[in-house]
Ligand binder design. Structure first.
Ligand code: ZN
Length: 160
C-alpha cells in the first residue's frame, strides 16, 4: 500500500530526502505541496517557489471515494472555522451586552423581592383577619359568659 505510506509525514520526508523534488525549468529544486481544489483535493504536487505548480507527486487521479472523503474533511474544517468565528462574534456581542444583562438580573431580583414582600403582606393580612375573628369570638364568648354570669347572679339574688 504505497498510497497510505504517502500520507504519513515520515514517509513524505524520507521520500524528499531520498529523491528530492524534480528541478523546475528554472533549475530550482521543487518541494511538495497539496492541492485543495475540488477536482484533486489533497493531491500533492511539486511546487517551485517562483513558478508554482510543476508536476503531480501523486501521479494517479484519486478514486472517487478518496476525493469525497477529503472534500468532506475540508468541509468539516471550513465549518469549524466558521463556527469558531461565529462563537467569537457571539462572545464579543455578549460581552458588550453585559451591562444590559446585569440590569435585567437586577430587575428580576427586584421583582422577586416585591413578590416576597407581597407574600409577607398577604400573610400579615390573613393573620390580622384571623386575629380579628378570634377577638370577635372571644368577645362573643365573654359577652355570653358575662350574660350567663349576670343571670346566674340574678337568680341567686332573687332566691335569697
Ligand atoms: Zn521555477
Amino acid at each position: 500500500m504505497a498510497k497510505s505510506e504517502w500520507s504519513s509525514s515520515g514517509a513524505r520526508s524520507s521520500y524528499k530526502k531520498m529523491f528530492g523534488g524534480p528541478l523546475c525549468y528554472c533549475k530550482k529544486r521543487t518541494s511538495t505541496a497539496k492541492a485543495w481544489i475540488d477536482d484533486n483535493p489533497g493531491r500533492r504536487f511539486w511546487l517551485c517557489d517562483s513558478h508554482g505548480f510543476v508536476d503531480w507527486v501523486d501521479k494517479e487521479e484519486q478514486n472517487e471515494w478518496q476525493k469525497q472523503s477529503l472534500l468532506e474533511a475540508r468541509g468539516v474544517m471550513d465549518r469549524q472555522r466558521e463556527e469558531t468565528k461565529n462563537l467569537k462574534q457571539l462572545l464579543r456581542t455578549t460581552c458588550q451586552e453585559a451591562p444590559a444583562e446585569d440590569s435585567t438580573a437586577l430587575l428580576l431580583e427586584e421583582g422577586s423581592k416585591l413578590a416576597e414582600e407581597k407574600e409577607k403582606l398577604e400573610i400579615a393580612l390573613i393573620t390580622s383577619v384571623e386575629k380579628k375573628k378570634l377577638l370577635r369570638q372571644f368577645i362573643g364568648l365573654s359577652w355570653g359568659g358575662f350574660i350567663t354570669t349576670v343571670i346566674i347572679m340574678a337568680v341567686i339574688m332573687v332566691k335569697k
